[in-house]
Design a protein around this ligand. Structure first.
Ligand code: XMP
Length: 517
């Protein structure tokens, strides 16, 4: 693999993902891993990620020069670039002047390994305090910016490369090409990590992990769990049973869609459990979001435990109890639930941080290192129907975390109608692929005065939260045309009696999250 050494939690996974977009397999390793252990993984190349703003900062992670001397091609980015310069005898100056955001880089050698085939001037994205003021011996300086005399360098002989900027972010317009040049030309790696390979690899490791055991899959009908189910089915066939839980927090038409679209296409063994009463009872009166996430996570597990006993019983095969539970957990779920190296717990996604401690299953999470768009590619490769592959994300806790306030059947019915209208109009306007997802949120404890016909109303607001995103890690509010918003607003306030106001959420992520809870 290509190993990305993680010097700071935010960038490393994104770099790994860009490497995989270049069709080269990549994994992240923490900077605390010993150089010998990193080299023992026989990396085809090493990438040093960005990190803290200064190599002089207290406790700033240090680069072991052994990584640079092993004959493995290395590419340093931002902090990784500076660490590399420092380790090899260059100079890193504490200028104190920060360079932040978009900058123009002048490329002095467009035939160099990193910049071959690119224009002599390119917009790059910078975020640093210190600067490299002198490159180490043997390196050619290939790029500069107004604030940084040494912004890119390379030593083709030792196959060591670096740039001061962040090629992994989309604001660096040639970023992907710089990275590909490093991988394909500098390191000489053949790009053959394709969705087909990913499927083969995952199928193989699932078979190894599971053996002869019986497996349950928590199927929600969304992209992630559907692709996970299709993968596991490909790996182990009828050792798998899928469980779809109707927890009463679903949107209109959801249960039906799973039964028709997914089961027909894949032929998986499906059990539908009606658990509406139990979830609503457990949630009664609860308003705190973290408590809701945890309750829902726990109830899911209890339902699966019961389903597991039923499956074994129905098959009359007590010798093979269910040992494994498949979940469609993705990388962003893991990071945001505090599972990434040094990452903070933003919220407990019900399927990660929300799991109870006394879990009776071992988890299979085949998509745990992938991003959504990669999962979609894998899904298409597996023949999962396009209506499912391109479905917008819908969180496992469903409408339960879209009612701000306590959840009950009446409030759910209100939100369900408003949500169905919004979805229908966004689809009619042809916006489904432009919008990442559009939560509709009911502010159940808020009321406002309105007038309709000749009468006063005292109803609830709903919030539209359309967002554009690449991977749900960051998002911007989506610019839905005014006339579409107007139609949605008119229809909701006319057709859903309890709602007398529709408001638009214009917050990016960060600082907001996509969901309100
Ligand atoms: P946030 O709100 O954290 O959402 O910006 C990021 C993405 O994750 C979805 N989401 C969840 N999915 N269980 C899930 O399966 C959860 O508890 C959960 N919370 C948020 C959210 O819809 C968005 O796509």
């Amino acid at each position: 693999p290509v190993l990305v050494v993680d010097f700071g939690a935010q960038y490393a996974q994104l770099i790994a993902r860009r490497v995989r977009e270049a069709q080269v397999y990549s994994e992240v390793v923490p900077h605390s891993m010993a150089a010998a252990d990193i080299l023992a993984k026989q990396p085809a190349a090493i990438i040093l990620s960005g990190g803290p703003s200064s190599v002089y900062e207290d406790g700033a992670p240090r680069l072991d020069p052994a990584l640079l001397e092993a004959g493995v091609p290395v590419f340093g980015m931002c902090y990784g670039f500076q660490s590399m310069a420092q380790a090899l005898g260059g100079t890193v100056a504490r200028t104190g002047a920060r360079e932040y955001g978009k900058t123009d880089a002048a490329i002095s050698d467009v035939e160099s390994t990193l910049f071959a085939g690119q224009p002599p001037s390119q917009t790059v994205w910078m975020s640093h305090g210190d600067s490299v003021s002198a490159a180490p011996e043997g390196f050619a300086v290939t790029g500069t910016t107004a604030g940084t005399p040494v912004a890119a360098f390379e030593d083709d002989e030792r196959r060591l490369y670096g740039v001061q900027w962040h090629p992994e972010v989309l604001h660096s317009e040639q970023g992907q090409r710089v990275l590909e040049n490093f991988l394909w030309k500098g390191a000489g790696i053949t790009p053959d990590w394709t969705p087909g390979h990913v499927v083969e690899d995952l199928v193989e490791s699932i078979r190894e992990q599971v053996g002869e055991d019986r497996v349950l899959c928590a199927l929600s009908g969304g992209v992630d769990s559907s692709v996970a189910a299709a993968l596991v089915q490909k790996a182990i066939g009828d050792q798998l049973t899928c469980v779809f839980v109707d927890h009463g927090l679903l949107r209109e038409g959801e249960a039906e869609q799973v039964e028709t679209d997914f089961v027909e296409a894949t032929g998986v063994d499906l059990v539908v459990v009606d658990a509406r009463e139990r979830f609503l009872e457990a949630l009664a009166g609860v308003t705190d979001p973290e408590t809701k996430h945890k309750i829902i996570g726990e109830q899911f597990i209890r339902v699966f435990e019961q389903a597991a006993r039923d499956v074994v019983h129905d098959r009359g095969d007590e010798e093979h109890p269910v040992k494994w539970l498949v979940q469609g957990t993705l990388y962003p779920d893991v990071v945001e639930s505090g599972g990434g190296e040094g990452a903070a717990n933003i919220k407990s996604h019900h399927n990660v941080g929300g799991l109870p401690d006394d879990l009776q299953f071992s988890l299979i999470e085949p998509l745990r290192t992938l991003f959504k768009d990669e999962v979609r590619q894998v899904g298409l490769e597996l023949g999962v129907p396009e209506v499912i592959v391109w479905r917008q994300p819908f969180p496992g806790p469903g409408l339960g975390i879209r009612i701000i306030g306590a959840v009950d059947a009446e409030r759910l019915a209100i939100l369900r109608r408003a949500d169905a209208i919004a979805r229908e109009e966004l689809t009619r306007a042809g916006l489904d692929r432009d919008i990442w997802q559009c939560p509709v949120v009911l502010l159940a404890d808020v009321r406002s005065v309105g007038v309709q016909g000749d009468g006063r109303t005292y109803g609830h607001p709903v919030v539209l939260r359309p967002v554009a995103s690449e991977d749900a890690m960051t998002a911007d509010w989506a610019r839905v045309p005014y006339d579409v918003l107007a139609t949605i607003s008119t229809r909701i306030t006319n057709e859903v009696e309890e709602v007398n106001r529709v408001v638009l959420d214009v917050t990016s992520k960060p600082p907001g999250t996509i969901e309100w809870e």
